[in-house]
Design a protein around this ligand. Structure first.
Ligand SMILES: Cc1ncc(COP(=O)(O)O)c(C=O)c1O
Length: 380
């Protein structure tokens, strides 16, 4: 992969050392251009309100098929959303609940899905149970089996967790759920764009995500996948104006077409550089080398998974004797390294997002900085 050539197309990379794709991905210039053209057309006022509305609807209506093609789904299973939280709202609000129904989440959910589950408990009297994450997937499956009861209705899990970047055994979890008549809702934010995902093969019922992280798309883009037969049980939050028998019945407003033009361009960009498999291979080679280099620094502990089947491009680490927040602040202030502190790991640390576009020079700067901080911590 021509990483230098790719980096030249990402204007945001010139502002420092970038390790926060798990926060916000770096949009290529082609994505920014597509978005800007959409807005320029809108701002020019050159189209009548009616023509403009039709143009917007046409631009957005191409997206479900394009997204579906990328994620092993059918176009009729994709609803356009603005965020993961919106997708969670559509699913949790659109299912029928009885007080005492149980929902299982993981111990490492981002506040958006966590608060959605808690809101369900507040509104409907659902009971939220928690399964502890582990880098050993068999242990997670075992814990999950022990948490299921006859009242379990839904699993709400991150496909890849937000702090340690642990990849859950999604296919096995979906099979386990299906065998017991339990529905599955996934938060895909840290997974989409990191590695190939085939939603039919995965076997989930619902998959909600935004696209502004590893998908390199604009903020305000996302989608909800609703498996064809799950559409029988999920009710739309509002009565569809023009029901067409697709997941678009779940959309709650008019999608922002200029943003979706950006998403379309990012799918083209990713396909153009080799697609999800090539992207995953490039990033995982770099993440593996970073884990090994961190291991060699005295006082540094890699908190993220060391197992091939649960590790990802997210590498969380801790420095003995330092709070994660302190490490994070020093990295940005002294070396202009963008990352973020973890808030759910014990010990607290820093989350490094290694992307396919991460450069060797960035990895060197990071390792040097962490070595310096670990030395300083030891001498305190
Ligand atoms: C795992 C996870 N879920 C959800 C979100 C945010 O969700 P939303 O798209 O609703 O802003 C993030 C963002 O950092 C995340 O990492």
């Amino acid at each position: 992969m021509d990483v230098a050539g790719i980096r030249d197309q990402m204007p945001g990379l010139k502002y420092g050392v970038y390790f926060n794709t798990g926060g916000i991905g770096q949009s290529p210039a082609s994505v920014n251009k597509a978005m800007a053209e959409g807005y320029q057309q809108m701002l020019s006022g050159s189209v009548s309100a009616t023509d403009w509305y039709t143009a917007m609807e046409e631009a957005a209506s191409e997206m479900p098929a394009k997204i579906a093609g990328f994620f092993g789904a059918d176009a009729g299973e994709i609803a356009l959303t603005m965020s993961t939280g919106e997708g969670y709202g559509m699913v949790l609000g659109g299912l029928r609940w009885q007080p005492g129904d149980e929902v299982i989440i993981t111990s490492e959910e981002h506040p958006v899905p966590l608060q959605a589950a808690q809101g369900l408990a507040d509104r409907e009297g659902a009971v939220v149970k928690v399964v502890e994450i582990d880098q050993d997937k068999d242990l997670v499956l075992e814990r999950l089996e022990q948490t299921i009861t006859p009242r379990t209705r839904l699993f709400c899990f991150s496909h890849v967790t937000t702090d340690t970047g642990t990849r859950l055994p999604a296919r096995e979890i979906c099979a386990l759920a299906r065998a017991r008549g339990i529905l599955t809702l996934w938060d895909g934010c840290q997974a989409v764009g990191q590695f190939p995902i085939d939603l039919h093969d995965m076997g989930c019922d619902f998959y909600a995500t935004n696209c502004y992280k590893w998908m390199l798309s604009p903020m305000g883009t996302g989608f909800l996948y609703v498996r064809k037969d799950a559409q029988q049980v999920l009710k739309p939050l509002r009565r569809p104006h023009d029901p067409d028998g697709t997941a678009r019945q779940y959309e709650t407003g008019t999608p922002a077409s200029a943003l979706y033009q950006g998403l379309g361009a990012s799918l083209d960009f990713m396909a153009g550089i080799g697609g999800p498999q090539a992207i995953a291979e490039e990033a995982s080679r770099k993440a593996e080398s970073l884990r090994a280099r961190f291991d060699a620094i005295p006082g540094v502990l890699v908190v993220s998974s060391r197992r091939a089947d649960t590790q990802t491009g997210i590498v969380a680490f801790a420095i003995e004797g330092m709070e994660g927040r302190e490490v994070s602040e020093a990295l940005i202030e002294r070396w202009q390294i963008t990352q973020r502190a973890t808030y759910m790991t014990d010990p607290t640390g820093v989350r490094i997002s290694v992307a396919f576009y991460t450069s060797d020079a960035e990895l060197d700067t990071l390792v040097e900085a962490v070595t310096t901080l670990a030395d300083e911590a030891r001498q305190r």
